[in-house]
Design a protein. Sequence first.
Length: 563
Amino acid sequence: MKKIIDIKKLFQEKKYTEIISQLENNITKIQKNSGILNLLGACRLLRGKSNKEDLSSALEDFRKAYLAEHRTNHSKEAFVNFINVSIDLFEYENSKKNHELSSNNFKEAVDFFEKNEDFFLNDVRTVLAMVRIYKRLVDLERVNFYLETLIKNKNTNPFVLNNYIYNNTFSKNWRSDDFLKYGKILYDNLPNYSENKIVPLKKEKNKKIKIGFLSADLSGFHPVTYFLKSILSNYDSNQMEIFLYLNHTQTKEDSSTNDLMKLVNKSCEILNLSDVEAINLIRNDKIDIIVDLMGVTSKNRLSLIKNRVAPVQILWCGYCNTTGVKGMDYIIADPNLVFENEKKNYSEKIVYLPKIWNSHSGINVKRVYSQSPFVKNKFITFGSFNNFRKINENVISVWSRILKKIPNSKLILKSSSVLSNNLIFQKFKENQISESVEFEPFESDFETHLNLYKKVDVALDTFPYNGVTTSFEAIWMGVPVLTMKGYNFISRCGESINKNLNMTNLISKNENDYFLQACKIASDKDNLTKMREHIFNTALSTPLFDAKDFSYQFFDKLKKLIK
């Protein structure tokens, strides 16, 4: 008993290394039940080293723990820990360009979960942990199935609904009214705080307009940072004050965050603030307009939007779709993205910028023209560096047809986040074309990633969820991007990008036209060379990279909304 009391005391004092020593040296294998093993694994993680050795050791502790007891709460807790550490190890291994070890752990977790599904299915924590694995396996059908199961069982907390809505942005089965429907359900399940807990919303006649940007992604060269930088580098500081509300931890080493913070008047980290604390903080800053850069993605704070932190609340950039949340007053779009008869499918009012809804700030790498790689290779190389979750069965089917039609052609795939390529490879194999597909590992070094475009003759856009950042990157490098018309904001981004690039010949009407266009581009080598040269020479003078003009248009719209 004394040992257990001592361990509890040590845990309260956060002496995790000492606990590990006691558990390893003073407790026999027989005494190490599921609870003890689970504690041992947790202490390895909590002592903060976060290296491969500790992750692997903790994983083994959690494995023994969930197998030590059958269908108990201790084993369930250990299994959830096993899943989460498997994901941490997977991402660690991928950062070191080693892909083998932790994907096997995923298979083990999937097998155990599916064999004991009746025991786990009503446990929200376990199901959500498994959803994390299925996402990394790019098994979106399983993700949807288990999220739908939670929703049917009345588990409609905002985290579940956010995941469900966002997962369906990758699906061809959801339409605009589906997003609106579930967005309204999300709104109903967001907390509503009593006015006596919240400071009054004050609207003052300031000399300057106060504009706040809310995001959890202004770090690590996240795509949003490039689009936000385009406007923050060009606004009139005599007319506006800019505030950043960061729902993530600031670190001195993160140049993305630091660069943005230098461009604004004030930055606040709200990650560890409660909703009420965050609402009061922003209200006390007397912001005129808050711009949400997340929507249902990331570690969003839509509860702040529901309870209103500013007189005007706008969605832009991070999520190109309706949120369904009352209180999100506007969504910024352009004429290519939302048509007049579609406004009814958005809970927000549409604010149209005249040319494009987004402009890239440019890349801090010297641009040097590189000729199409087919000149040297003597074959066509297609490429897509989008998130693998955007590559659905329809996309694979069309791409497979293209590869079969164009002799000796290759397709290079690289995910913009750390995901397994096993399922995608298997689907190409079923289409009998896997030998023509090459997978590049996730690459955190940006210049190495950018240089990979030099290996690509034609970039193939995904559908219905188009690439955005990857399309801007490809175009920056002079690579033409073939896209397809869509049916809502999120599926028309590629169309807007190519229209503003004056490359309407790279917009296909449907899947069959996409196939025909790709074959035509690949077959006309002279035209492909001219197209690449034209894109490289003209892209920076188009609205895609005209950050100064875009910033003027953006803030002009915001000033008019205030008036």
